[in-house]
Design a protein around this ligand. Structure first.
Ligand code: UDX
Length: 449
């Protein structure tokens, strides 16, 4: 099928590359010419394991193209994905100006026939109808668009995780399609058939991916509700961890104990210094804001956010309990990104932590496998990023594990302890082997563990 993806951020590029990989002919449109050039050469502008390989194989097969020309993309696609950013405004609302510009541009360039316009961007609930209106506006004001062009808008929320985006796209738990137009749903089902039937997988025994067809607004709500539930689950286990700390229980054992109950499930029960990233903070805030707009106070979701804010600063409390005064002390952060296998620092707990520590007069150093001093200069001016772990540990009064990068489990902790002023380690993800660290001479502090 002929597909156009507008916006080549995380969601757009991964969707475009994976649909091209299963044989659709995809044109990706982005208004950043430099980025388009890079992608044309087979390079991914974002760090995502496996993405470059999928991209390069699609380029070699001739199933993917990149352009800045929106009209060319719109003319090509029978399915058009809107996958541009909806960043948060200070109020918590999503900024939908990019979605609006793209929808208008689609309308201005419609060239006849029937097209399905898919909303992949996470938009405020009710946006499907608004997108339709903006497209119609664009169509009406254009001199060249085909006035008889027909289209429908479908909401198709995205659930991929950074760091596992390719796996998640080929192996989704479900595909949600929001529309009550049978023709649009039939086209979307045909588009996703190779993914539903796991055509890209070697394992032919996999059951087909469930496809859920809903009303437009419900599909938009599914995205918010899923992220809000997962964020609440983490805040819940973090609260349990904080109680564990006080009563002398171990949250790892408690999580295992409750996770074996199939009604609860064992995923997203890792206590730590809180959730971050480009989705959870933005989506929970937007849902709280939407509820407010309709005169409803989302008390539980507000508590989810509040617990998370407290959790990020818990490490500061733990450092104060062990080091007392933080002024003049040097704290080393192991990891900066909001989670491993990504170079994304959006709303990362490390940002909150660094700000709080420097406010208390501590000196903050960090090491992250993917973040260098030059990359961080604009985000965090008050931190020194070291190029290796030994330099990080040298002269530190405590280390804090912020991101659960796999490689941090196999460091030479005996050597690191010998380089530090005080071998103290706050394990902000309960990720390291407590007994091994103690053996290496560390005083180990976990989160409810
Ligand atoms: C999330 C959703 O999982 C995905 O479905 C949606 O499309 C986008 O938002 P992502 O932001 O990539 O994906 O990261 P995720 O793996 O969900 O982790 C989010 C945050 O929660 C990270 O900061 C992570 O460290 C934290 N986390 C996750 C925990 O603290 N404990 C857990 O048990 C799981």
């Amino acid at each position: 099928m002929k597909v156009c993806v507008i916006g080549t951020g995380y969601v757009g590029l991964v969707t475009g590359a994976c649909l091209a990989h299963v044989g659709h002919h995809v044109i990706c449109v982005d208004n950043n010419a430099e980025k388009v050039k890079l992608m044309q050469s087979g390079q991914s502008p974002i760090y995502e394991p496996g993405l470059s390989e999928v991209l390069q194989s699609a380029i070699a097969a001739g199933t993917i193209e990149f352009t800045t020309d929106l009209a060319a993309g719109v003319h090509h696609g029978e399915v058009l994905f809107i996958a541009v950013g909806t960043p948060p405004l200070p109020s918590g609302e999503s900024d939908t100006q990019y979605v609006e510009a793209v929808a208008r541009g689609i309308g201005q360039n419609l060239n006849g026939g029937y097209k399905v316009i898919v909303n992949k961007s996470t938009v405020p609930i009710g946006s499907g109808d608004w997108v339709r209106m903006v497209i119609v506006d664009g169509l009406t004001e254009s001199q060249t668009a085909a006035k008889d062009a027909k289209f429908d808008v479908v909401s198709n929320p995205e659930f991929l995780r950074e760091g596992s985006a390719i796996y998640d796209t080929f192996n989704p738990d479900r595909i949600v399609l929001g529309s009550n137009v049978p023709e649009a749903i039939a086209i979307m089902k045909e588009l996703y058939a190779p993914i539903v039937n796991h055509e890209a997988s070697e394992d032919k025994t996999l059951p087909p991916v469930p496809v859920l067809v809903t009303e437009l607004n419900s599909a938009e709500m599914v995205k918010y509700a899923a992220n809000a539930f997962l964020a609440t689950k983490i805040s819940f286990i973090n609260e349990v961890a904080n109680i564990c700390d006080r009563v002398g229980a171990d949250v790892l054992q408690v999580a295992q104990g409750i996770g074996l109950d199939s009604r609860i499930g064992n995923k997203f029960l890792q206590a730590g210094l809180g959730w971050g990233g480009s989705c959870f903070p933005k989506d929970v805030a937007a849902l709280v804001h939407t509820a407010d707009d309709y005169g409803y106070e989302a008390v539980l979701l507000k508590a989810t956010v509040q617990t998370n804010q407290h959790q990020r600063l818990l490490v500061v409390e733990k450092l104060q309990q062990t080091l007392k005064i933080l002024k003049g002390k040097t704290i080393g952060l192991l990891g900066l990104t909001f989670k491993p296998d990504t170079d994304d620092m959006r709303d990362a707990p490390a940002l909150t932590l660094t700000e709080a520590l420097t406010r208390l007069g501590a000196k903050v150093k960090a090491y992250d496998p993917l973040i260098s001093q030059s990359e961080i200069r604009h985000t965090l001016s008050n931190i020194t990023v070291e190029a290796d772990i030994e330099k990080l540990a040298a002269g530190c009064d405590a280390l804090v594990l912020v991101t659960d990068w796999q490689q941090f489990q196999s460091l030479d902790y005996n050597r690191l302890a010998s380089l530090m002023n005080n071998p103290i380690l706050i394990d902000g993800r309960n990720f390291l082997n407590k007994a091994a660290l103690k053996k290496a001479g560390f005083s180990y502090v976990g989160i409810g563990h």
